[in-house]
Design a protein around this ligand. Sequence first.
Ligand SMILES: [Zn+2]
Length: 385
Amino acid sequence: MCPVETSLPPMPSGQAQGDKPLCLLAEGLAGLPGQTQPAAEPAVLVGQGRILALGRQALDSGARRQALPGLWLAPAPLDAHVHLHLGGTLESNLEASLAAGLAAVRDLGHRPQLPIPRTRPGQAPPWVIASGPGLGSEGPGRSCLAQGLAGPEQFSQAAWQRALDQCGVVKVFASGLLDFDNPGQVLHSPALTAEELAAAVRAAEESGLSVAAHASGAQAVRLCLEAGVRSIEHGFFLERPLLREMAARRVSWLPTCAAVRAHAQDPEGRHTPEERQRLASILKGQMQALRLAEGLGVDLVLGSDAGSYGLEHGVALFEEMACWLEAGVRPQTVFAAATSRAARLLGLAGQVGSLEKGAVAWLLGVPGDPQADPLLLAQPRWRSF
Ligand SMILES: [Zn+2]
């Protein structure tokens, strides 16, 4: 229930799930929709696993009260870019995500022969929005996390198939990996044609899904934007004109800084010292672009790439947060990127990632305002799930 030592009683799960509403009295609330001021009456009424009311309405409900002295209540955060089949078993990675307090994850690709990750029975946290295997090139620039395809017709069919398989998003691999030998270069950028990307996006949209694009380098990212993807994953080596265009098109960006940091730190000694140095400079460039993107109004969303080299599920989200804060991104942007913005990208707005009536009551109690210090979410003193 509550893995952290605390003198506060954890919320009995029956209270969150059961019939009897409970009024939680906190020091402050973070994650109210459109919040600009501190909540005047920081109370949350929960029952049947949902938020039933907030503020005065919660206080006037007559429900039993539980005080959380000194604690701010916040919605559990989301990780919008993970690989549940990497870095452990599917089950252990879901457990690790739950232990870290995540409400939902977006799973973006795995080997075609593996089962598509799903939310566990009983709608238990974390909810999983999965792409199934990505859609990628069958030639140069192919990814082991994607089905190899060629030509618009195959991309269109594969996108339809993901909808039939009840995926929540379509993932395309529009470029290859970073070229560790040539700083600033990306292998196979672009890896897909404009026609293939357009076919995937059209079929996805017709079946009600959005498209997440693995893309680095200006050429691949430009093709993705023109095709109408919903998010750019990684997006290394982006400069001002493309970031501006992302802002104008309201395309989300998940810069996955922690993934590069893990490679630069190289815990398993996979890289040469020269490669590590180049990786550190790629990270520096990515952090500068991230800060620039914030200023240009790009919709930044937190996604860690958990499961990739050196990134454990669950806690990886907080490593990504730490990178953003070090880059100079404003704390309230980091908080929103891990909560309301991530929920919107996953199609879960109003369900998770915000404190509002009707949302799931997966709440964390932290000793301060996480909008000012989002890393407080990494060490909750109390949690409802
Ligand atoms: Zn990834």
